[in-house]
Design a protein around this ligand. Structure first.
Ligand SMILES: [Zn+2]
Length: 310
């Protein structure tokens, strides 16, 4: 809190407006005194008004997948990129993806965070990486077949499309070497997971990711017990709030609010993610992980508003 107060004029101003003495924030409970940060705040901050470091410390930027208005730019220091890689390595470890795997990365490489997020960790693993990026599904299938891809990283709906095109090509996707899929970037149901797993004969993992918190894989992952998403509390404080921003208890559905604890370039305090979920448990999972577990992300609050408006 002191770091953002000292380095980010936006937060200094915001804390003053809310009469928050930054020295009074001592525990994770205390952060409820702090105001929420919104996507609009980030849009208003374009290009780098909320950045806590100078250009000499920035090593890259990514862009949040906003559809209209000002883009939201997320800057990274070297340490931020390292954190991203570490969290993705955690996901690979839980999914038992190793250096023996052939990892095909199908999200785009560019300002969208998907491609690079998977790549940094897959490269560090010394796995056989196919950084094909997004594009021609026939080529994707050809590469999966010719290089015996074992791990597919993709948006959640992409495997269904792959199965369709493979069918047109006369290829049974069960004959591919695929064993695991890490899927995210959009909400997908348990039914869809069953469909994908039985179509391809694979295990499909749900990987959350929010550019504002650093990109794919940074905030959490699910283990094989499938109780929900284990959220990395050593990196983020996770709260669930209602429409008015009031903190909800275990089991109550609301919007996920993230506070990044160790990001350097643009740490965010109590960021309204727009993602809908609920706390499942604070207890240790059978897998041994002791972090907070939340439900798989069910949708976005902006989608819900549209739904309610119908
Ligand atoms: Zn677990």
């Amino acid at each position: 809190m002191k770091y953002v107060y000292q380095n980010c004029p936006f937060y200094r101003q915001k804390f003053k407006e809310c009469n928050v003495d930054v020295d009074s924030i001592k525990t994770t409970e205390d952060i409820t005194k702090l105001p929420l940060t919104t996507k609009q705040d980030l849009r208003n901050a374009y290009p780098l008004k909320m950045c806590c470091v100078g250009n000499e410390k920035i090593v890259r930027i990514q862009m949040s997948g906003g559809t209209t208005g000002q883009p939201v730019i997320i800057p990274y220091t070297r340490n931020d990129v390292e954190q991203w890689k570490e969290m993705m390595l955690r996901a690979f470890y839980i999914a038992n993806v190793t250096s023996k795997d052939v990892i095909q990365i199908t999200p785009a490489f560019g300002l969208w965070n998907g491609g690079f997020g998977f790549h940094f960790a897959a490269d560090e693993l010394n796995a056989f990486v196919i950084p094909i990026g997004s594009g021609n599904t026939r080529d994707q299938i050809k590469f999966m077949k010719d290089f015996n891809t074992t791990v597919l990283c993709a948006t959640a709906s992409y495997p269904i499309r792959i199965a369709e095109v493979a069918g047109e090509m006369g290829i049974d996707v069960k004959d591919l070497a695929l064993e695991k899929m890490l899927l995210g970037a959009e909400p997908w149901s348990d039914e869809m997971r069953k469909q994908i797993e039985s179509l391809f004969d694979v295990t499909a993992f749900d990987i959350p990711g929010l550019t504002e918190m650093g990109g794919v894989g940074t905030v959490g992952f699910e283990c094989s017990h499938r109780q929900g998403l284990h959220m990395w509390e050593d990196n983020y404080i996770v709260e669930i709030v209602n429409e008015d921003g009031e903190v909800l208890g275990e089991g109550e559905e609301g919007e996920i609010v993230y506070t990044s604890l160790n990001r350097e370039a643009m740490p965010l305090i109590r960021y309204r993610s727009g993602e809908v979920s609920a706390i499942v448990s604070n207890e240790q999972c059978e897998c041994g992980i002791e972090h907070l577990t939340i439900k798989r992300i069910r949708g976005r609050t902006d989608d819900m508003v549209i739904y309610k408006g119908r």
